[in-house]
Design a protein around this ligand. Structure first.
Ligand code: ADP
Ligand code: ZN
Ligand code: ZN
Length: 757
C-alpha cells in the first residue's frame, strides 16, 4: 500500500499521513494536490510532500482525489518551506498558507478572471461635456453621485487629460477601486451609468505585461564609479555567496542591479529582485520594464489572487519569467534556474513578517533559497542593518561601497535644531522651529519642494482632560487613543477600534479637553494655514489604503502637482524626487525614545533615508533635524553621515549587552484573555526554560503594550550565544511548549519569534 505525507492549510504541528487507493497510485507524486478527508465530514486540499514508508499503528484514511497532473510545487520549494517551518518554529501548514496563493489551496480550479472597470460614457469625450455633466449633477443635488463622479475623474486622471502641459495618462479604474475610494455603494455607480455619465466594461486581469519585447539598449551606461562597483560585485561573487552593496542614496544602486540582472539573464539564469512592499511602485516597475519588457514578472501581495496564481503557474511552465520583481512573499515562488537574488533596501524591517506565523525574514529566506539553488545574493542599501554590516565587516559577506552620488550630487547639509531650548524661549510655532519655517519659505518661493517627516499619523497622539487628567483609552487594548480630526474620531492604532470624540470629560464633566502632540494630519493643517499657496499632500497609512493611492501621491509629487509632502516613514522608501530642496524631520525624539534595543539603529536609518530625499538634482539640499537632545552622539552621526562611527558604537553596545549580531534572540509570546492565566503560564514557561537554558532566559515581562484586542500578553526573551546548537535549542523549546500547553494552559496561545525585529 502506498502511503503519503501531506500538508494541510492548517496550523497542525507536522504533516499528516494518508493511504493512496490503487486506482490513484500512478497519479500521485510529490508536489501534486490531493483531496483528503479530515475529522468527521471535512475535506481539504492538501499538498503531497513525501512518501511514508513506516506503517503507523493505526488505520490510515484514503485520499479521495488527485487534483493535478503535474506538481504545483517543486521539491526545492518544499525543502525551503520545511527549512522555514523548522527555523522559525511555525507549522508546515502556516508556511504553506503564506507561500501559496489561495487560488491554489482552495478547491476551485483557477480560471482566468475578468474584472469590472469603469469608463466615461462615450458621449462625454470633451472638456465642455464633462463640465456640463458636473453641472447637472450639482443642480440635481445628487451629492453622492457627484462625489463618485469626481472621484472617478481623479482616479482615471481625466481631470488632467485636457491640460496640455501635463502628460495625459488616463488610466483604467476598477469598480472596486471606485467604490472604495469614493466611499459610495455600487447603487450610486449604477445610477451614474443609468444617467449616461459612466459605463462599465469587463477587462481580463492578469494579462499585465504580455507582449512587450525587452530593450537592453535602454540600460543606462554606468558611470566610472558605478562600473567599478559593478565589477567589484562580480569579482566578490567569485569568492562569496552574499555581497553587500553599501551605496549612499541616489548613487545608482538600481542601475547597477539592472546591469547585473542583464548579465545573469545572458547566462540563461533567472533573477529574483526583492523590494519592501512599499517601494514596489509603478515608477519602479516601469523602470525595469523599459529594459526587460515581458521577461519581467511582478509579484505583489496586494495583487489579486488570480494574478498571483497566474504568475505561479507561469513560473512552473516552460516559459517562466526570467526576472521576478516582488515583495517579501516572492521568495516562495517556484524557480527553475535561479542565478541571482537582489534584496534591495535590505535594512527594511518590513522584510520580516510579524503576524501571523510564519514570522520569517525574507532576507534570510532569500539567502537560504539562493544557497539551495547555487545562486548569489546581493544585498543593497544606503543604511545596512547591524547584522548585515557585521557580516560584511567580518568577511562572511563580500563588501562593495559606493560613496558618491550619481553625477557628483552632494549629500544634503544637515542642520540640527534644539527645540527644547526654543520651547523654553517660546519661539516654536507649534511643531515648527523658526529655522524650518524660513527654509520652507525659501524653498517654496524658489519653486522647490519640501518634505516633512513626522513618525505619527492622525492629528494628535493623545487627548487629555485638563481638569482631572483623564485620557481616553481603548477598551480592548492597553493604549491611549489617537485623535483623527478630519474624520472626527478617536482611533486605536493597535486593534483599529474607532470611538467618537467626547464633548466633555466622562470622569469629571469638564469641557476642557486638550490634544497633545502632533500627528501628520495636524502638520498638514498647519502647513496649509501658514502657506496658503502651497499644495500639500499627506502620505501615511490613512491616505494610502487603496492599491493606487500611494502611487498617485508619489506621481503627484514628482510631477509637481503638489509641493509639500507630509508623511510618516513611508516617505523614506527609496523615492526619487528631483526638486526637493528641504527635508524637515520634525521630532527625532519619538523614534529615539522607543523602548527597544533597536531604537537607535532604526532611528538612524530612518533619518538617513529621509535625509537622502533632499537635493537630488543640481542643488545641494538642506535637512532641518529638530530634536530636544542635540547632544546625543547619534544625532551628530546622522548630521555628519558618519556611518562608521555609528556602527562601531552600536556594535560595541550590542556586544556589551549581549544583543544581535553577537547573540541570537528568540522571543516567546503568550496571549490569553485572562491576565492571571497568562501570568501563570508565562512564569511556568520561563521556569521550565531556565532549567534548560539557565541565565539565557529573561522575563517574563509585560511588553510596552501589554494588552491588545482583549488579550493580555507576556514576553520571555532567550539570548543565545553564537555557535550554540540551534537545532537542539529548538527541540528543547518545542518540548517545553508541549509540556506547558498540554493541560491547564491549553487555552493559552504561545508563539515564538525567531530573530525578532
Ligand atoms: P539608488 O538606487 O542608489 O538610490 P538610483 O539608481 O535610483 O540610485 O539613481 C538615482 C537617479 O540617478 C535615478 O534617477 C537614475 O536614473 C539616475 N542615474 C543613476 N545612475 C545613472 C547613470 N549611470 N546614467 C544615467 N542616470 C543615472
Ligand atoms: Zn476630567
Ligand atoms: Zn485597541
Amino acid at each position: 500500500m502506498k502511503m503519503i505525507n501531506v500538508i494541510l492549510p492548517l496550523a497542525l504541528p507536522g504533516t499528516l499521513t494518508y493511504s493512496v487507493p490503487d486506482t490513484l497510485c500512478r497519479a500521485v507524486t510529490i508536489g501534486v494536490r490531493v483531496l483528503v478527508p479530515l475529522g468527521r465530514s471535512k475535506t481539504y486540499v492538501a499538498l503531497v510532500v513525501g512518501e511514508c514508508r513506516e506503517e503507523p499503528g493505526f488505520k490510515l484514511r484514503d485520499i479521495t482525489a488527485v487534483l493535478d497532473s503535474s506538481p504545483v510545487a517543486t521539491r526545492l520549494q518544499l525543502r525551503l518551506w520545511e527549512w522555514v517551518a523548522d527555523y522559525y518554529m511555525s507549522s508546515p501548514g502556516d508556511v504553506y498558507v503564506a507561500a501559496m496563493p489561495s487560488g491554489l489551496k482552495g478547491e476551485d480550479n483557477y480560471r482566468p478572471k475578468t474584472e469590472r472597470c469603469v469608463a466615461l460614457a462615450e458621449a462625454l469625450g470633451s472638456e465642455a461635456s464633462l463640465h456640463a455633466a458636473l453641472n447637472i449633477l450639482t443642480a440635481s443635488r445628487a451629492r453622492q453621485q457627484k462625489a463618485m463622479f469626481e472621484c472617478f475623474l481623479r482616479l482615471s486622471r481625466w481631470d488632467t487629460a485636457f491640460d496640455d502641459s501635463l502628460p495625459s495618462a488616463v488610466t483604467g479604474v476598477t469598480v472596486e477601486e471606485l467604490t472604495n475610494e469614493s466611499h459610495c455603494p455600487t447603487t450610486i455607480l449604477n445610477a451614474l451609468v443609468r444617467r449616461g455619465f459612466l459605463r462599465i466594461y469587463e477587462r481580463e486581469v492578469g494579462r499585465l505585461n504580455s507582449r512587450q519585447p525587452p530593450h537592453p539598449e535602454n540600460l543606462k551606461t554606468l558611470s566610472e564609479a558605478q562600473q567599478r562597483a559593478h565589477d567589484d560585485v562580480v569579482r566578490s561573487f567569485a569568492g562569496k555567496d552574499v555581497v553587500l552593496l553599501h551605496g549612499v542614496t541616489s548613487s545608482g544602486k538600481t542601475e547597477i542591479y539592472m546591469h547585473l540582472i542583464a548579465r545573469t539573464l545572458s547566462e540563461g539564469k533567472q533573477v529574483l529582485y526583492l523590494l519592501p512592499e512599499i517601494a514596489l511602485t509603478v515608477q519602479m516597475t516601469r523602470r525595469l520594464q523599459r529594459v526587460f519588457g515581458s521577461r519581467l514578472g511582478i509579484y505583489h501581495s496586494k495583487y489579486s489572487d488570480a494574478e498571483r496564481v497566474e504568475i505561479w503557474q507561469k513560473q512552473l511552465s516552460d516559459e517562466p519569467y526570467d526576472v521576478i520583481l516582488g515583495a517579501r512573499s516572492a521568495v516562495f515562488l517556484p524557480f527553475r534556474n535561479l542565478g541571482l537574488v537582489i534584496v534591495d533596501e535590505e535594512h527594511e524591517t518590513s522584510f520580516k513578517q510579524q503576524e501571523p506565523a510564519p514570522r520569517y525574514h525574507a532576507r534570510s529566506v532569500a539567502i537560504m533559497l539562493a544557497h539551495m539553488c547555487g545562486a548569489k545574493v546581493l544585498l543593497g542599501t544606503a543604511t545596512p542593518s547591524a547584522e548585515t554590516y557585521y557580516n560584511a565587516r567580518s568577511g562572511k559577506y563580500g563588501l562593495v561601497s559606493l560613496t558618491t552620488r550619481h553625477e557628483g550630487l552632494e549629500l544634503p547639509e544637515i542642520e540640527v535644531v534644539d527645540i527644547k531650548d526654543l520651547h523654553r524661549r517660546r519661539m516654536m510655532n507649534g511643531p515648527f522651529s523658526p529655522r524650518l519655517l524660513e527654509a520652507m519659505r525659501d524653498a517654496l518661493c524658489d519653486g522647490h519642494q519640501v518634505i516633512l517627516f513626522q513618525n505619527r499619523r492622525g492629528f494628535a497622539p493623545m487627548i487629555e482632560c485638563q481638569d482631572c487628567g483623564w485620557v481616553p483609552k481603548c477598551r480592548n487594548c492597553d493604549v491611549s487613543l489617537t485623535l483623527h480630526k478630519t474624520m472626527n474620531y478617536l482611533s486605536c492604532h493597535y486593534c483599529g477600534g474607532a470611538y467618537t470624540v467626547p464633548v466633555a470629560c466622562p470622569a469629571c464633566g469638564s469641557r476642557a479637553l486638550r490634544s497633545y502632540g502632533y500627528g501628520t494630519e495636524n502638520i498638514e493643517d498647519r502647513v496649509r494655514e501658514m502657506f496658503p499657496e502651497s499644495r500639500v499632500a499627506r502620505m501615511d497609512l490613512d491616505t494610502t489604503r487603496t492599491r493606487n493611492a500611494y502611487d498617485r501621491i508619489i506621481s503627484d509629487f514628482s510631477s509637481g502637482r503638489t509641493n509639500v509632502l507630509v508623511g510618516t516613514q513611508m516617505i523614506s522608501k527609496g523615492l526619487d524626487f528631483d526638486n526637493v530642496s528641504v527635508v524637515g524631520i520634525l521630532n527625532a525624539d519619538t523614534m529615539l525614545n522607543y523602548p527597544d534595543f533597536r531604537a537607535y539603529e532604526h532611528a538612524f536609518m530612518m533619518m538617513a533615508q529621509v535625509s537622502g530625499r533632499a537635493g537630488r538634482k543640481r542643488k545641494r539640499g538642506l535637512v532641518v533635524l529638530q530634536t530636544k537632545n542635540p547632544g546625543l552622539p547619534v544625532i551628530g552621526q546622522v548630521a555628519h553621515n558618519d556611518y562608521e562611527k555609528f556602527y562601531s558604537e552600536l556594535l560595541g553596545e550590542r556586544r556589551a549587552f549581549c544583543y544581535p549580531p553577537y547573540f541570537r534572540l528568540i522571543y516567546v509570546f503568550l496571549r490569553h484573555g485572562k491576565e492571571p492565566v497568562v501570568e501563570g503560564a508565562a512564569s511556568e514557561f520561563a521556569a521550565s526554560l531556565r532549567r534548560v537554558f539557565a541565565s539565557r532566559v529573561l522575563g517574563p515581562d509585560k511588553p510596552s503594550v501589554a494588552k491588545v484586542n482583549l488579550k493580555h500578553i507576556r514576553k520571555i526573551v532567550i539570548k543565545l550565544e553564537n555557535g550554540i546548537d540551534l537545532a537542539a535549542v529548538r527541540a528543547e523549546l518545542r518540548a517545553v511548549y508541549e509540556h506547558i500547553t498540554k493541560n491547564i494552559y491549553k487555552t493559552v496561545e504561545v508563539f515564538f519569534d525567531v530573530d525578532p525585529l
